[in-house]
Design a protein around this ligand. Structure first.
Ligand code: AMP
Length: 515
């Protein structure tokens, strides 16, 4: 049968000495190294007793070795389970208890704190750190890998067998494990290589974390399936980005990367002239950022839309117009529709509703949670994304926000994005987040939290009065707050759940004072 995912990588691979990864410490990994080192990790895992279908949970810093562990786990027939490096040992306890991995790999510095949790979950604890030299151990699993053979007979895994479980970020309740099959990952990587025209000549600047679908699958699998190479940076740092940009042909980032780079004088037409492609995703890219980037560099950022459960769903076109504020068309093989959220009845062109998707990219369900899985799929197999949006007459998908962020005030639906777009247009505004706060009469009251440019004269009162000219009364914020910045998670998503929590009392007091 073969190993579905890795066989496809191997079949498309360039010659062994072709580069796969260039590291910030000057090391260079060839495709032959990729095959050999991932085999070492596969051997080490099998020697630890890992069997097909076992979970290998991993919470380690970003490194090429961590990526090789991902491939090693896949080749060993295991299920790779990366965990956000920000999770505390107490949070890790939940994931280990839920996933029951055979092995848990953590940073050497955290081994002591993690030991009791690994033991409780019945997982064997191993460590993997940052490789510095042959003389210094990079952890117990690195040592076992170094001692293992560079040849490995890949374990048979079919297209529907699981390759990974990624936990959702869990902003509404507990994180759930999204089960991703070999073909979920492979089909999406093939689609993206094609859609974004990746070739062996491409060099991707990789500054994303690798515990999330964006950096692990979108970035890494696209490179692997194209036989291309990457510059693997430990994290996003503008100095590092500009130092390595001359060697790159493309970059993938979250919107905050682009916002930060725009603040840097080194971003010029000359420094980006050689680049082929800039891709953005994981959170909405402000139309303003898209415009500014184009003005500064001449490049139109290509925005795409995906999620942990579905891999990538839609993308702006490579050749056609990349429309700011939209996430483009469904990828080949992916069907997308907009429905009435409660009934699932398909809506007409331009109507706002629930975005639903179906295709080989869509996951196999939530780990050990059949009720939740059943609740998120329609009878005809479409997955209910939880994102609200519309499809315009030209076929471009527009996202107006998460369903749970929809504000219902006095029985009216207010889509935060519509109010945010109006505020963001105002001179002196950097960005805004519109949320619903509990209101005694209306259920929820529209509330705007706005970040303004340093020295701008715009005020909460002037924002409120400008909006009065532009929006229906029920959409008007009842309170406007000016802040220094918005809370974001590591993927650049504005954490509206935190804002709602933070502002509910402030809002209530402000409403009372204003009575
Ligand atoms: P995650 O599972 O962490 O990848 O988060 C997925 C969610 O991120 C989606 O359901 C969307 O709400 C959001 N998202 C991803 N890409 C975009 C985008 N280009 N524009 C707006 N929201 C996005």
């Amino acid at each position: 049968m073969g190993n579905h995912l890795f066989d496809l990588v191997a079949a498309r691979m360039p010659a062994g000495d072709a580069p796969f990864a260039l590291l910030d410490d000057g090391r260079r990994y060839s495709y032959a190294d990729m095959v050999a080192v991932s085999a070492r990790f596969a051997n080490a895992l099998v020697a630890l007793g890992v069997e097909p279908g076992d979970r290998v949970a991993v919470q380690v810093e970003k490194s090429i070795e961590a990526l090789m562990l991902y491939l090693g786990a896949v080749r060993a027939g295991a299920i790779f389970l990366p965990l956000n490096t920000a999770y505390t040992p107490a949070e890790i306890e939940y994931f280990l208890g839920d996933a029951e991995p055979a092995v848990f790999v953590c940073d050497p510095a955290k081994a002591q704190a993690m030991k009791p949790y690994a033991e409780k979950a019945g997982a064997r604890l191993e460590t993997l750190g940052i490789w510095r030299s042959h003389e210094v151990s990079a952890g117990t699993l690195a040592d076992k890998g170094l001692a293992a053979a560079t040849a490995f007979a890949d374990v048979d895994r079919g297209p529907d067998d699981l390759a990974a479980i990624l936990y959702t970020s869990g902003t509404t309740g507990r994180s759930k494990g999204a089960m991703l099959s070999h073909d979920n990952l492979a089909s999406n990587a093939l689609a993206l290589v094609d859609y974004w025209r990746f070739t062996r000549d491409d060099v991707l600047l990789h500054a994303l974390p690798i515990f999330h679908t964006h950096g692990l699958f979108v970035a890494t699998n696209t490179v692997l399936f194209a036989g291309a190479s990457m510059i693997l940076l430990p994290k996003f740092d503008p100095d590092q980005v500009f130092a390595h940009l001359p060697q790159a042909t493309c970059m993938m980032g979250v919107p905050t990367f682009y916002v930060r780079l725009l603040q840097d004088q080194r971003l010029t037409p000359a420094s980006t002239a050689h680049m082929r492609l800039f891709v953005s995703g994981s959170a909405p890219l402000l139309a303003e950022t898209h415009r500014e980037w184009r003005e500064r560099t001449g490049h139109a950022i290509l925005e795409r839309y995906g999620m942990t459960e579905t891999n990538m769903n839609t993308s702006n076109p490579y050749d056609g117009e990349r429309v700011a504020g939209t996430v483009g068309f469904p990828l080949p093989g992916v069907a997308a529709r907009v429905t009435e959220p409660e009934s699932g009845r398909p809506l007409g062109a331009g109507e706002i509703g629930m975005i639903e998707v179906k295709g080989p990219n869509v996951f196999k369900g939530y780990w050990r949670n059949p009720e939740k899985t059943a609740a998120e799929f329609r009878a005809d197999g479409f997955f209910i994304t939880g994102d609200l949006g519309r499809i315009d007459p030209a076929g471009y998908v527009h996202i107006v926000g998460r369903g749970k962020d929809l504000i219902i005030t006095g029985g009216y639906n207010v889509y935060p994005k519509e109010v945010e777009a109006e505020i963001d247009e105002m001179a002196g505004v950097i960005e805004s987040a519109v949320i619903g706060c509990p209101h005694p009469d209306f259920g929820e009251g529209v509330t705007a939290v706005v970040v303004v440019k340093p020295g701008a004269t715009i005020t909460a009162a002037s924002i409120a009065s400008t909006l009065e000219q532009r929006l229906a009364r029920f959409k008007l914020p009842k309170q406007v707050f000016i802040v220094d910045d918005l809370p974001r998670n590591t993927m650049g998503k504005v954490q509206k759940n935190l804002l709602r929590e933070q502002y509910k009392d402030i809002y209530a007091r402000a409403m009372k004072a204003g009575e």
